[in-house]
Design a protein around this ligand. Sequence first.
Ligand SMILES: C[S@@+](CC[C@H](N)C(=O)[O-])C[C@H]1O[C@@H](n2cnc3c(N)ncnc32)[C@H](O)[C@@H]1O
Length: 311
Amino acid sequence: MTSKKKSVGLDYTDRAVQDEILIRQRRNMWSPEQIGSLSAHFRLAPGMALLDAGCGYGYSLRTFGPRCLPGGRLVGLDREPSLLETAARLAKREGIGSAAEFHAGDIFSLPFDTDTFDAVLMQVVMCHLAEPERALDELIRVAKPGGCIAVFDNAVGGCPWGWDSTDRPTVRQAAARCEHELLSHHGRRKLGRGDWSVGLYLPAWMEQRGLRDVDARVNELVRWIAPPYRSPAQQVTLENTRAQCADDGMDRIDIKHTAEQMRAAGCDERTVRNAMRSRRRRTTRWREAMDDGTAAFTYGGSFWCAWGFKP
Ligand SMILES: C[S@@+](CC[C@H](N)C(=O)[O-])C[C@H]1O[C@@H](n2cnc3c(N)ncnc32)[C@H](O)[C@@H]1O
């Protein structure tokens, strides 16, 4: 239990975390076109064995697994058994249940033989790990020679990656926020909670390990809403954002973590308090804008996928 808290800041037994990350955010992960082109890049084909490592509710297994059917073996692994029950139920609901199997286990010592899988996928797990390169080594170990290792993760440099209509910071305020953001990232790494920039390093790490045909893509989706929120997609995003900002939503967890991380990075208490006050004020303004129908934002370009093939 302690090692779990040490390596992962988020608690995946928390309902708000599950709802926000494993369900709502997944609706905005990759466009159908990109799923098609990535599947071709990963050389997925019927009959292949695919592993979704740190599968959560099995989003990647359900998204890419069907390309390995018929005849394929779809394996999901996570260390939270309660998530695997839901993953199995969702796989069954999507008609791939008979090819799917789910295992409780640790990414750092995968319970599979060396050279087992044709494709090994991992999405939004590395950014939570204190030792992401050790996890990559383990993914490579269980891939077959010629098999694909594909890692999807955040590639956030620390400075603004979105725009919102309620926010008009001065240059000085924007620079201060950027500094706080970078300090929070630094503190996160120090606390062993992982690194939001991990996507940026993946191609280099893959090359260093001798993977072949290494390549990477940025998620092409831009999430956005603008009044009068005409499309169903915008209404879903609006609803997701509302849930995120609710009193019991992910924002509350994020604010708490950011404060802890800024402290860990050596920030004094006054700076932390001011940063959190300003953050809460922004959330309040944003909630009001959603309520009166004026809220607009754009956000994207901070999520990458890198892949390569085992020699
Ligand atoms: C953000 S979720 C991503 C879930 C899934 N890949 C997705 O994209 O929906 C991170 C997942 O990694 C799992 N995880 C974190 N560290 C792990 C470890 N050392 N071994 C196995 N699973 C781990 C967590 O339990 C959680 O389900």
